[in-house]
Design a protein. Sequence first.
Length: 166
Amino acid sequence: MKSNKGVPTATIKLNNQTVSCVVDTGASENLITKQTFDRFRKKPVLSPSSTAIFSYNSEQKLSVLGCCATNTTHKENKIFAKFYVVDGNKSCSNLLSGATSEKLGLTKFLNQIKVPAELYRGFGKIKNIKVKLHIDDKVQPRFQAHRRIPYHVRKDLEKELKCLEE
């Protein structure tokens, strides 16, 4: 896997043809552009698709022309994967999903460590332990002015203080 301008890319084979894809572990579907699909010598069957696909953090649908299933290979790993063909401009690129990239051995998802909830209850108070603070009597105490309350929070703070007084 290579990184092109901070974007991880991988060269894979689709239908025995070399294709460069952006590896996006957050993507749920595989995408290829119409230009990439048109370059295939032996084109896979393009099935109509009613699936709505959105770009990350966008409300505008991508123009899906259909989907095709094809042999996908990276080094010795070979799988059969579904790709959606999108009508994109030159700035659009081929996209490899997290699941497919893991099956091809490009990425590896590690399980997060699960910590039992009973370890993180309460305020984190240490009980039955006495602490001795070593204070240097030679050091002169300093006064620090309180931090000003941001203007946009003042009204809410005043309301909260009134509620606490009652």
